[in-house]
Design a binder for this molecule. Structure first.
Ligand SMILES: CC(C)(COP(=O)(O)OP(=O)(O)OC[C@H]1O[C@@H](n2cnc3c(N)ncnc32)[C@H](O)[C@@H]1OP(=O)(O)O)[C@@H](O)C(=O)NCCC(=O)NCCS
Length: 169
């Protein structure tokens, strides 16, 4: 028997004004890992999240709605002053509400505040939604990295120079 539309989880339309972006805390980890599992084919070891949080407490952010974590972004400042976005994901039920864009805007502001001269990230060449989001924010594809992912897929390395950041508008 195939699943009817009644069995499928409903996408939730929510006002962005009720979504709070705040630094991640250790107690958020189970929710973060849950969203990661629903968003990526490959997962980071749990210890990596803990280490990342310890080292980058102000650039590991979550989006909270109604007391529930619905998205996260992890970024850090490299010694060469590249602000690097390591991962971003939004709970599939809450996508398309502007939460991804709000998380990226907050973390870019934070990285630039900390001295980033530009923001860089890698994205799968097939990930059209994410590429569109980054382009909306002003990122440009600067190179294609052949076989970057463990399944052999290429990545685009995308960059946003700090002096071109328009604050997400
Ligand atoms: C990429 C991701 C974080 C976007 O989160 P989101 O909350 O749905 O994104 P937003 O609602 O803020 O959308 C922002 C922009 O992204 C693009 N976008 C989002 N959903 C899209 C869709 N279904 N189709 C095309 N573009 C889309 C649009 O440019 C959109 O801007 P607009 O609404 O002004 O047109 C989310 O899809 C996700 O978690 N994907 C799985 C994990 C992933 O791929 N992460 C990126 C790894 S590099």
């Amino acid at each position: 028997m195939s699943a009817s539309s009644r069995d499928l989880p409903q996408m939730k339309r929510i006002p962005l004004s009720l979504v709070v972006i705040r630094p991640a805390k250790l107690f958020d980890l189970p929710e973060i890992v849950r969203i990661e599992h629903r968003s990526f084919r490959e997962q980071y070891p749990r210890g990596l999240f803990i280490m990342f949080l310890e080292n980058n407490p102000d650039t590991f952010l979550v989006a909270e709605y109604n007391g529930k974590v619905v998205g996260y972004v992890m970024a850090y400042l490299k010694p060469d002053l590249e602000g690097h976005v390591m991962s971003i994901a939004v709970d599939p039920l809450y996508r398309g509400n502007g939460i991804g864009k709000a998380l990226m805007t907050s973390v870019i502001n934070k990285l630039i505040e900390k001295g980033a001269r530009y923001i860089g990230l890698e994205v799968r060449v097939s990930n059209e939604k994410a590429i569109k989001l980054y382009e909306t924010l002003g990122f440009r594809k600067v190179k294609r990295i052949i076989g970057y992912y463990s399944d052999g897929e290429d990545a685009y390395y995308m960059v946003l120079p700090a002096n071109e950041w328009r604050g997400g508008n």
